[in-house]
Design a protein around this ligand. Structure first.
Ligand code: NAD
Length: 556
């Protein structure tokens, strides 16, 4: 490993308040969000620069991190810093409208795009795994995924359980950075969640952050707690220490009364999935010593894990893959029916993507929670008829514990996001907010990702694997004035399986920021409308027509 030993690395924490250590707020925004990604409150393993999602990193090495920080502090308003897989490689003269930072992470040429090749390059210090928002500096802790997970379980509730999860039990695994949002999303939908997690420290962390209610002593205790809460129609989330590849089959064998089953272990990276028979303490050393043998063991365990999920589906449960590629890994582990259940995007999320709706997020560079409270209120005023949004904002305000800089997420679509951005920029200018706001999003968005096992699974026209769209998305955001733009490979579902882009804008209250925000936050979700119109989704075409998104092939 090229990272310095943990003992020499001070904890990183972004500055708060209005004092600048850069030449302007655009650069300062990037600097604070990079640092925020590595804040021990935010990152899963900050000493190794790992933010979330298995090994998703914010910078390649500590040396590279310090060089990025140093460069951002001297970067001018017409200069652009280039970051190649977490290492700063150049500063070029561009223009005020150009991004201050351009980031490319983890790209490999098609035939080389696999974990084996990636790891051999990583070992030589040449590349870094950027995941989605880790290497693009807009991860905001588990809240980032909370709304998406809340929306997904809400859609499950509407599809199968009359609009609420009250009186149901959801079985899942993985309480990491993303997976940790599951228990709270289930209880926000009034259900009971039973969450299997191999690493007891992750269970403790989710309880401490109020994402998880209780830890069970053992399987019997977990089942008793779950059924009692279900019978009382009382929301409850339960963490159970164990290996999902053992616990899921055992629950199936016992005929446990489970209504919904999914999983959010880090299955996309077989070295980040714990095989049966390996302890958490042995995990890293074993994976490093013989990655090929470890991968084989992990896949064999995933085959048993997924076999049990299919068993629950056969028994009538609602089962879905939650975007970690566990079906493909289980298939590689020799289980043939791995794709018997769908991915969550075609099952629940695509209609939202057709409207350019996706996980829009922002963070207060002041560090003051009052700024986020003010933005929450502003959104309620801006979208007075959106009661679903109001419900989310109210619950988020009451139940979300901030990790790092105070931040908020909500799903907004085409024609909505730029209004929010412009309003926030006005609030910065008028002093209603105490410092600038950064506005960005997950790469898991409507028009920013090609990922055939997740966001673009089962597209209407079969265009699942076409990666032109995320490339166009990054180019469009660059051309429209985003403050930093990133283009990644392999996030979410692993090497060879995805290409995706991100953008972040700094609303610093200036007229220039307003002009940029209006374009970026209009054009970025427009890519989702265009992508789905092109694939033949009638609702997307309707949205394009009604809201004035130009589609040349539909004109004339
Ligand atoms: P993470 O690495 O922070 O956490 C994964 C957790 O799974 C860890 O706590 C680990 O101990 C646990 N785990 C591993 N093997 C296990 C096993 N056999 N049994 C029980 N627990 C086990 O990862 P994360 O950020 O939480 O992401 C989880 C997965 O979700 C990743 O594959 C990621 O790419 C994917 N993801 C999904 C979405 C989505 O919207 N659905 C979004 C982002 C990421």
């Amino acid at each position: 490993e090229s990272a310095e030993p943990p003992a020499t690395v001070p904890p990183v924490r972004a500055a708060r308040g209005t004092g600048l250590s850069c030449l302007g707020w655009q650069q300062e925004g990037a600097l604070r969000m990079l640092m925020n990604n590595l804040d021990p409150e935010v990152a899963e393993h900050p000493e190794e620069l790992v933010v979330y999602g298995g090994t998703g990193k914010a910078a390649r090495t500590w040396e590279a991190y310090h060089a990025i920080v140093r460069t951002l502090r001297t970067l001018k308003d017409d200069e652009t810093l280039l970051v190649q897989s977490g290492k700063p490689v150049g500063v070029l003269r561009t223009s005020e409208w150009a991004p201050r930072v351009l980031i490319a992470n983890s790209h490999l040429v098609g035939d080389w795009a696999n974990w084996e090749e990636f790891r051999s390059l990583e070992k030589r210090g040449l590349i870094m795994y950027g995941q989605m928002t880790a290497g693009s500096w807009i991860y905001i802790g588990s809240q980032g995924i909370l709304q998406g997970t809340f929306e997904t379980f809400g859609a499950v509730a509407r599809k199968r359980f009359g609009g609420s999860l009250a009186g149901t039990i959801t079985l899942t695994a993985g309480l990491g950075g993303m997976g940790g949002a599951q228990p709270l999303a289930v209880t926000m939908n009034d259900g009971v969640a039973l969450c299997v997690e191999a690493d007891a420290t992750r269970i403790a962390r989710r309880i401490e952050r109020r994402y998880l209610d209780v830890a069970a002593d053992d399987l019997d205790h977990a089942l008793r707690l779950a059924t009692e809460a279900r019978d009382a129609r009382r929301p409850l989330s339960i963490g159970l220490e164990g290996n999902a590849a053992e616990v899921f089959p055992e629950l199936l064998r016992r005929g446990a009364p489970v209504d919904i089953v999914t999983d959010q272990t880090s299955a996309h990276d077989p070295l980040a999935y714990l095989p049966v028979g390996v302890t958490v303490d042995e995990w890293r050393a074993l994976a490093a010593a013989d990655p090929a043998a470890f991968t084989e063991r992990a896949r064999a365990s995933m085959a048993r894990h997924v076999e049990a999920m299919v068993g629950f589906q056969d028994a009538g449960a609602e089962v879905f893959d939650y975007g970690n590629s566990i079906r493909d890994e289980a298939r590689k582990g020799g289980y043939e029916r791995a794709f018997a259940f769908p991915g969550f995007v075609p099952a629940y999320i695509r209609p939202l993507f057709e409207e350019g709706r996706g996980p829009f997020r922002w963070a207060a560079l002041s560090g003051d929670p009052k700024d986020i409270e003010a933005t929450d209120r502003a959104l309620v005023e801006l979208f007075p008829d959106n009661t679903h949004l109001h419900r989310w904002l109210k619950m988020a305000g009451e139940r979300v514990t901030y990790e790092g800089l105070p931040a908020r997420i909500c799903w907004l679509g085409y024609g909505e996001r730029h209004r929010a951005g412009l309003r926030f920029n006005e609030m910065v200018a008028s002093g209603e907010l105490s410092a600038p706001i950064v506005l960005g999003r997950d790469h898991l968005d409507s028009g920013s990702v090609a990922s055939p096992y997740r966001e673009t699974e089962a597209m209407l026209d079969g265009s699942d694997a076409i990666a032109d769209w995320p490339l166009l998305n990054a180019l469009v955001n660059t051309a429209s004035g985003a403050t930093w733009v990133s283009l990644h490979h392999g996030g979410g579902v692993g090497m060879g399986r995805s290409v995706h882009a991100g953008q972040v804008c700094v609303a610093d209250g200036t007229a220039l920021a307003a002009a940029k925000l209006e374009r970026v936050l209009t054009n970025d979700p427009a890519m989702g409308v265009l992508r789905h119109t092109d694939a033949g989704y009638p609702h997307a075409s309707e949205v394009a027509r009604e809201r004035g998104v130009r589609v040349p092939m539909n004109e004339g």
